[in-house]
Design a protein around this ligand. Structure first.
Ligand code: EPU
Length: 420
């Protein structure tokens, strides 16, 4: 298992390119199952999870070729299996996103039941409830979700019990080939859901309310192939902005979109950053100042994203003042605080809130990555800590950050990867 070694103290300065969004690439790759025509998806990030999704499609009979610019051509005309096996699903929960498209196009799907993970129990009851409302028969046995339908799925009026990104995506894809109109109320409004909806429209879907919490889909008998470019990764964008703010640096991010992360930019301004945006760039400058502590509370979009919580906790650890960080989306997503405390942070937990008192300096230490965004927070902590930080289990980082050490080196960070 590789490790990252970071020597803290450098002030990040420079510009880098932001990759395509992992969390819209995954559902969009699943959505290619909805058509037998060729699809061409560009701006895919070069990440393990993307490779896993392509491998999953491959074991169903999907043929694909990827070029060096991460554009994939997909041919779904010869699907021979409707199964997402345990071995792949256990490595990536987002595999469950093939359930809706397989069921809608082929009337059958078998997907290994995704378990919980480090950040929470993560059930899929809302995915299954919606599919049942559309006429699917769902059975859970042998660790698999076995779903089938007699003929096409039927349009339905679905009021989601809670806001779920993956649940909304699965039902949106299923509804695209259902018979009649489907209305999804209390839908997730995350930009990744919008990116998927826009791709479905490019494939011939008729969807209104895109970007709102009420999606209305007129199901089609079939969809066609298309070319689609994945939007920029708002979480990667936010992570580098926070890293620059924590080191009191200056950074310019290219190929991104400020409209995707307004709540995050507001918090960065609150912490003292000067931010300038253009159509596809964001510049942040701390002008050498120490960041001010900011209180945050995660909630579904457009509120502050849970996927940026850990990074802000690291920022608050070295900020001026005290702050409260409250996690409301996942039950166990403050785990990084224990590792941050090992580096000298002053964080106490009260239920789902972390009380963070900024310290003058963190101290480098060996630490362990526990999930993707927690790992990003340890990288940020390592960049501002005195001395050397060694981060173990960095396969978590490789799931969501393309070439993280190259990008940080380009900004002047002292970071290298070593095989253990
Ligand atoms: N939930 C249920 N029942 C369901 C579905 C979800 O109770 O049927 C609960 C979850 O347990 C959680 C909450 O609802 O407490 C929100 O979960 P959601 O379904 O929105 O999350 P997800 O679709 O599993 C995606 C991202 C996550 C991101 C969340 C929230 C992908 C592949 N993953 O997960 O990204 O944190 O939305 O925005 O899109 C990450 O990138 O590090 C990551 C974890």
């Amino acid at each position: 298992m590789d490790k990252l070694i970071i020597v803290g103290g450098a002030v990040l300065n420079g510009d880098i390119r932001i990759s395509g969004a992992k969390n819209s690439a995954l559902p969009i790759l699943a959505a290619t199952l909805l058509t037998g025509e060729k699809m061409r998806i560009s701006n895919l990030p070069h990440l393990h999870d993307i490779t896993t999704m392509i491998e999953l499609l491959g074991c169903m009979g999907v043929e694909s070729s990827i070029d060096e610019k991460m554009t994939v051509e997909i041919d779904n005309s010869n699907i021979s299996s409707y199964c997402a096996p345990y071995d792949l699903v256990k490595t990536m929960r987002a595999s469950v996103l093939v359930l809706g498209p397989l069921l809608a196009r082929f009337g059958a799907a078998e997907v290994s039941f995704p378990g919980g993970c480090a950040i929470g129990s993560r059930p899929v009851d809302q995915h299954l409830r919606g599919l049942e409302m559309m006429g699917a028969e769902v059975d859970i046995s042998g660790g698999y979700i076995k779903a089938k339908t007699n003929g096409r799925l039927k349009g339905a009026h679905i009021i989601m019990d809670i806001v779920t990104v993956g649940g909304t995506e699965n039902l949106l894809m299923a509804a695209a080939l259902a018979d009649g109109e489907t209305i999804i109320e209390n839908a997730a409004r995350e930009p990744e859901v919008t990116d998927l909806a826009n791709c479905l429209v490019a494939m011939g879907s008729e969807i209104t309310g895109i970007g709102s919490d009420r999606l209305v889909i007129q199901g089609k008998e079939e969809l066609h192939g298309c070319e689609y470019r994945i939007m920029p990764d708002r979480i990667e964008t936010g992570t580098y902005l926070v890293a620059a703010a924590a080191t009191r640096g200056r950074i310019k991010l290219r190929d991104t979109d400020a409209k995707l992360l307004e709540s995050v930019l507001q918090k960065l301004e609150e912490c003292g950053a000067t931010i300038e945006i253009s159509e596809n760039t964001i510049e942040l400058d701390m002008k050498g100042k120490k960041p001010l502590a900011v209180t945050i509370k995660t909630a579904p979009y457009p509120a502050f994203p849970t996927d940026m919580q850990a990074q802000f906790t690291a920022l608050n650890s070295v900020a001026e003042g005290t702050s409260m960080v409250t996690e409301t989306v996942f039950e166990n997503r403050l785990i990084q605080t224990h590792e941050l405390n090992r580096m000298g942070a002053k964080i106490t937990l009260e239920g789902n809130t972390a009380m963070v008192t900024g310290v003058e300096r963190l101290k480098g230490a060996p630490v362990m990555a526990s999930d993707l965004r927690a790992s990003a927070s340890l990288v940020i902590a390592g960049l501002v800590a005195e001395g050397e930080t060694v981060i173990d289990r960095i396969y978590h980082i490789d799931r969501g950050y393309e070439c993280i050490e190259e990008k940080l080196q380009q900004l002047g960070g002292s970071i290298r990867r070593v095989p253990s």
